[in-house]
Each structure stands twice: as structure tokens, then as C-alpha cells.
Design a protein around this ligand. Sequence first.
Ligand code: HEM
Length: 154
Amino acid sequence: MYSTVLILHSILRWFVLLSLCYAIFRAYKGFNTQSAFTNIDNKVRHWTATIAHIQLIIGMLVYIKSPIVKYYFSDFKNLINNWDLTFFGLFHFILMVSAIVIITIGSAKAKRKKTDLEKFKTMLIYFSIGITIIFIAIPWPFSPLANRPLLRTF
Ligand code: HEM
């Protein structure tokens, strides 16, 4: 169970990033060219937030099952000084949940905006903040914070 959700969590990160990049690209283009907010833009907005929500649920399962997180909270007082454990026990969790909350608020606000220009602008701002936080909190192999593979297969 644990390794399955961890593999899923690792793969899904790419879908989260790609959908956000595409949504931001469409919002930027739509805002700059003052285009109409089409049904496709609306679907992209909706699915980008949904993919982030799926990752949130998988992330929570990983969090509950993770031996790293279990060990961290078994001796929190002493292990808070261990950065690799604190990264997954607190840092990654708090930043990712915050980013997904920001993406959700942005998506809901964009949906309710009156003009197409405001819809693109709202999506552009909130999704850009979200992807920046997510990028910082991913344990890339090149990250100074914590390192995990680009794609987990075992
Ligand atoms: C957009 C949101 C998120 C992205 C892109 C993301 C990405 C990742 C990546 C790439 C890893 C490394 C996987 C590996 O070891 O191969 C990871 C690990 C982890 N993630 Fe997330 N994550 C997100 C949200 C969350 C959330 C919301 C939680 C908790 C509720 C969470 C909990 C964890 C935990 C506990 C680990 C470490 C598991 C372990 O090594 O035992 N993640 N995450």
C-alpha cells in the first residue's frame, strides 16, 4: 500500500506541474491578447484544480502511511532537529496544502469573475503563486532542501 501510493504520488507530481504550466500559459495568452474565456479555458481551470486535489488526497495517504513521518512523530522533540524528517513531516506538508488552497481559491474566484479579462488575470495570479510554492516544496534531486528521484518506480 505505502509503496503504491508513493509511486502514484511521485508520478502525479508531473501531471500537477504540467496542468499548472498549461493553465498559466493559457491565462497569460488570454489576458495579453484580451481573448474570450472559452469553454476550453474553463475546463483547463477546472481540471488543473482537480488534479491538484487528487494529489492532495494521495499526499494525505502517503503522509498517514509513511514510515518517515511515523518515526518523526514518535520522538518529535528530538527529531525536529533532523532536517530531512522535518522536511516531510512539516515543511512539505504545510507548503503543499497551502499551495493547493491558493489554487482552489484562485479557481473558484476566476469562475465567479464577471469579465473574461478578470478570469484570466485571477487564474494567472493564483496559479502562478501555487506553482511557485509547489516547485520549492518538491524534493527534486537538485533541491537544497530534500532529495528524491525524478520518478519513483519501486
Ligand atoms: C502538489 C502537491 C504535491 C506534490 C507535487 C508532491 C510531490 C512529492 C514528491 C515528488 C515526493 C517524493 C516521492 C518519492 O519519494 O519518490 C513527495 C513525498 C512526500 N509527500 Fe508529497 N507532494 C504534494 C503534496 C503532498 C501533501 C499535501 C502531503 C501530505 C498531506 C504530502 C506528503 C508527502 C510525504 C509524507 C512524502 C514522503 C513520503 C516518504 O518518503 O515516506 N505531499 N511528495
